[in-house]
Design a protein around this ligand. Structure first.
Ligand code: ATP
Length: 241
């Protein structure tokens, strides 16, 4: 299958000497979920931000057959790449609906209405609170809103940075269930950064393991079907966790 996203020899530097990502290469197919796993500071967020256009990087980023490294965030969003950040950067003073509208600033009003309906269908927890201030949502609901806002522009590639961060296990499961539903609904591809290894391994099609800015291992989901294989991958690539 042709790749939707192809990252080749990506390197990210913070300042002249601090290299956070070193020659990372990976491919993402349409409709697939790809995970980047690794300890704190391994470079996962830096890769995601580089693909989303939020920070500069060296190397090649090809999306849908075209090089996109020189494009600003806005153009990447227009082409279908959306980054959902690690911290829940929703606007508390705005309502849930207004936050969703912010995510769909590049689409027509009619499309926006349709997309809001789709997002609220996917996350009924926030549907009943759509006209309330976003600050009133729980942590899990805010995370749902952040993902929903990411879906508003109708992306083909969603870059999700730690969607389960700071959530209770039950809510993590719920967020992951919805991610599974988004995935099965169609052609949307997801790149996921997660600390939650078990659930990530169950959800993802491809997994890349990172250490100190480099990819040190790769597994397909079918290679991690049983618990022994999963534990071996964790031990081999991530050390004891
Ligand atoms: P975490 O799970 O903690 O977010 P991560 O795997 O996503 O970790 P990055 O956030 O990409 O890792 O960080 C990779 C390296 O780059 C780390 O050494 C980090 O300290 C450094 N780094 C990240 N952001 C900056 C920044 N804005 N300025 C300087 N160094 C940074």
């Amino acid at each position: 299958m042709t790749s939707l996203l192809s990252v080749k020899n990506l390197s990210v530097f913070y300042g002249a000497s601090a290299q956070a990502v070193e020659n990372v290469s990976f491919e993402v197919s349409p409709g697939k979920v790809t995970a980047l796993l690794g300890a704190n500071g391994a470079g996962k967020s830096s890769i995601m931000k580089a693909v989303g256009g939020l920070i500069p990087a060296r190397g090649e980023i090809i999306f849908d057959g075209a090089p996109i490294s020189h494009f600003p965030v806005r153009e990447r969003v227009r082409r279908g790449i959306v980054y959902v950040p690690e911290r829940r950067e929703i606007v508390g003073e705005l309502s849930v609906r207004e936050n969703l509208v912010l995510g769909g600033y590049q689409i027509s009003a009619a499309e926006r209405r349709n997309r809001i309906a789709l997002v609220l269908d996917l996350f009924p927890e926030i549907a009943s609170k759509v006209d309330r201030g976003a600050w009133r949502l729980s942590g899990g609901e805010q995370q749902m809103l952040a993902i929903g806002r990411g879906l508003m522009s109708g992306p083909r590639l969603l870059l999700l940075d730690e969607p389960s961060l700071g959530l209770a296990p039950l809510l993590v499961r719920r967020v992951f269930e919805r991610l599974g539903a988004i995935r099965s609904a169609g052609e949307l591809a997801i790149v996921l950064v997660e600390q939650n290894l078990r659930m990530t391994m169950r959800l993802c099609d491809e997994l890349h393991f990172l250490r100190s800015g480099r990819i040190v291992g790769h597994k397909r989901a079918d290679e991690l079907k049983d618990e022994t294989a999963r534990q071996q991958a964790v031990d081999a690539y991530l050390g004891a966790t």
